[in-house]
Design a protein around this ligand. Structure first.
Ligand SMILES: Cc1cc2nc3c(=O)[nH]c(=O)nc-3n(C[C@H](O)[C@H](O)[C@H](O)COP(=O)(O)OP(=O)(O)OC[C@H]3O[C@@H](n4cnc5c(N)ncnc54)[C@H](O)[C@@H]3O)c2cc1C
Ligand SMILES: NC(=O)c1ccc[n+]([C@@H]2O[C@H](COP(=O)([O-])OP(=O)(O)OC[C@H]3O[C@@H](n4cnc5c(N)ncnc54)[C@H](O)[C@@H]3O)[C@@H](O)[C@H]2O)c1
Length: 462
């Protein structure tokens, strides 16, 4: 029988949804235990997501610089890739961050366990540690931040495909895919196809719906589709039905398009068809359905007010920075005993797709606002008129959407270079209700694309 200890808060999962709350609560003097089988912080974002994928992407970007050489009057050839070393650099960055996180754990008062946790009842959690110990905790609050895992299509041959885990995990040893087929034209399919093509692969993206990035502003999706189609093969309305091993040892991806069954050969097939929540064992005892997202309010409270579920597990915005924000709001709710004023403003969480070109957005589009009968004024700044974009000969656009009545920024959509950086001040503007007037009568640096924010705001004349 495991010994039971009484603590303030138990945290399941040490990713972006878990550790910020754990540290905040421990820093405030609460007794906190956090468990994660990875044995370190960062969750999937560091283990096989954001950090490693963006490290490989930087290698891919560096390789494309020579494509601009003639524009700048330079001569030089495109570098060859050494895939093993690209992956070694990725591992180095992951290990650097793990070392940094280890120091944070050591400097903290929280108890961190390398192990798997399961829910016994609405106040009891059991952890099986890596050493086989069974530890039981009675906690006043439980934070369930166990994240998500790749959704594997239930199709014949699905086991022949790899997921982002195989590409980006620490110590990944996949051979460089000369012919990649990505199933799914969402974030992971597009980002991975884009970076691997930049590194020398032939890449095809098969998307089941009629638009890449389904649900995203069609203007952004259209721009990105056209730009990527110059280097990648992108097929929409292409529903993958099976994967087979071909006679020559390669893989055959079968899909249906316009009522016709067809196939494409590959030496690597990436399954990038969304992510599903990882619901810890025992949650069903508390009335949560296994395999389903956990519903939360804007303070991350589940239907049991003392059980919180920040991050990917609630599916509201499956992004690292959103998970961190949610985690901190959950901690604030605990510390303030539900009387604090912190809630998550999901409207101001920015989204970015790290393809080349990048796209990013925050808040509402004109169409979304119209559906809510909100009168808006919008303004689009073309990269073609922007000094920095002209220096790079890059196309793109930055669109700002304002509430006509109040003049406040309610949304922004960007497609083109530096979109991921540019969206941050716009997220702040959405969050704080900054008006077109304020954005007009202030100055962002010249000659940087951010001055487009000033131009677009001035153009609406509010
Ligand atoms: C390839 C890829 C690229 C991405 N790129 C980006 C990006 O560029 N920017 C961005 O913002 N987001 C990106 N994301 C999304 C981002 O990784 C997630 O949104 C983020 O990791 C969510 O954090 P989380 O804490 O909710 O979940 P996770 O990071 O999944 O962490 C959950 C943790 O819970 C642990 N756990 C699971 N079960 C248990 C249990 N029973 N007991 C204890 N612990 C448990 C897991 O080991 C894991 O460490 C990417 C994701 C992928 C897959
Ligand atoms: N830059 C970032 O912030 C970033 C990067 C990577 C991942 N992420 C997060 O991870 C999540 C998961 O990414 P993802 O790309 O796996 O999921 P996704 O939901 O973005 O895209 C999955 C795509 O697969 C398609 N699909 C489903 N079944 C199919 C079939 N049979 N044939 C062809 N296509 C099919 C869907 O229509 C969809 O477009 C994202 O939603 C995002 O929250 C974020």
């Amino acid at each position: 029988m495991a010994k039971e200890e009484t603590i303030d808060t138990m945290v399941l999962g040490a990713g972006g949804g878990g550790y910020p709350a754990a540290f905040r609560l421990a820093g405030a003097g609460r007794s906190v235990v956090m468990a994660d089988p990875i044995g370190n912080l960062g969750g999937d974002c560091l283990a096989e997501g954001c950090v490693p994928s963006k490290t490989v992407r930087e290698a891919s970007l560096a390789r494309t610089w020579p494509e601009k050489y003639p524009l700048f009057g330079l001569r030089g050839t495109k570098p060859e890739i050494d895939w093993r070393r690209v992956l070694a650099h990725k591992d180095r960055v992951q290990n650097l961050r793990y070392a940094q996180h280890r120091a944070q754990i050591e400097a903290s008062t929280l108890v961190f366990l390398k192990g798997q946790a399961r829910i016994l009842d609405d106040q009891k959690v059991e952890v099986t540690t890596d050493h086989g110990d069974l530890l039981r905790y009675h906690a006043k609050q439980i934070i369930v931040a166990t994240g998500s895992r790749p959704h594997i299509l239930p199709i014949p041959g699905a086991e022949l495909a790899v997921t982002s885990h195989h590409f980006f995990r620490l110590g990944a040893d996949l051979p460089f895919p000369r012919r990649l087929v990505a199933i799914g034209g969402g974030y992971i399919g597009l980002e991975t196809a884009s970076m691997l093509q930049n590194l020398g692969a032939e890449a095809t993206v098969l998307e089941a719906t009629g638009q890449i990035l389904p649900g995203v502003d069609p203007e952004i999706a259209r721009f990105l589709h056209e730009a990527l189609a110059r280097r990648l093969r992108i097929l929409v309305d292409a529903k993958v039905t099976a994967i087979e091993r071909g006679a020559a040892g390669d893989l055959l991806v079968r899909y249906e398009r316009a009522g016709e069954a067809t196939s494409i050969a590959a030496d690597c097939v990436l399954m990038a068809t969304g992510r599903e929540p990882v619901v810890p064992e025992g949650m069903s005892n508390l009335g949560f359905a296994t395999g389903e997202k956990i519903a939360v309010d804007d303070r991350l409270r589940t239907k049991h007010a003392h059980i919180y579920a920040p991050g990917d597990i609630n599916g509201r915005s499956m992004l690292f920075h959103s998970a961190v924000y949610q985690s901190l709001v959950a901690a604030d709710d605990i510390l303030s005993e539900g009387r604090g004023n912190k809630t998550v403003d999901f409207q101001s969480v920015p989204f970015t797709v790290f393809t080349e070109p990048e796209v990013a957005w925050v808040g509402q589009t004109e169409a979304e606002a119209a559906r809510e009968n909100l009168a808006t004024v919008a303004s689009t700044y073309s990269y073609r008129t922007d000094t920095r974009a002209q220096i790079f000969d890059e196309d793109g656009f930055l669109k700002l959407v304002f509430d006509k009545k109040t003049g406040s920024l309610i949304g922004a959509q960007i497609a083109g270079i530096e979109a991921a950086q540019l969206i941050a001040p716009l997220a702040l503007a959405v969050r704080s209700g900054t008006t077109a007037e304020t954005l007009s009568y202030m100055a962002f640096p010249h000659p940087m694309i951010s001055e487009g924010i000033n131009h677009a705001a001035r153009a609406v004349g509010l």
